[in-house]
Design a protein around this ligand. Structure first.
Ligand SMILES: [Zn+2]
Length: 119
């Protein structure tokens, strides 16, 4: 085991893995994936995952999302001096995303697009 550590550099988000925004289709700044349980038609719980995408356009105006967006540069990196703030904001943003209920109208439109092979 070695104790050598790489020199401090910027923290890079996995931008190549960051999905596009489900609302506008633009590139997402970051995403979070977390366990999510819902109840199926038979009333039994269905366990899966839910994903939230931070979008500079759609999330503009929401305080935490706007602050997070400001810390991520054009290459998807966060400056070392901003990492602690970034982590605190990311935890808060993820908690808000976990509690966010889906918009039934948007869900119905997305289902229709899926049936039309647009997704
Ligand atoms: Zn968007």
């Amino acid at each position: 085991m070695t104790t050598d550590r790489p020199a401090a550099t910027t923290t890079r988000q996995e931008t190549e893995d960051t999905p596009t925004c489900p609302q506008c289709g633009r590139a997402g700044l970051m995403s979070a994936r977390f366990p999510h349980t819902w109840h199926g038609h038979n009333g039994k719980p269905v366990r899966g995952f839910k994903q939230a995408v931070l979008c500079a356009t759609c999330d503009d105006g929401e305080e935490t999302a706007t602050a997070l967006s400001a810390l991520i540069d054009e290459q998807g990196a966060v400056r070392p001096e901003d990492v602690e703030t970034f982590i605190l904001l990311a935890v808060d943003w993820t908690g808000r995303a976990r509690r966010r209920a889906p918009d039934p109208k948007a869900l119905a439109e997305e289902e229709q697009r899926w049936h039309l092979d647009e997704l």
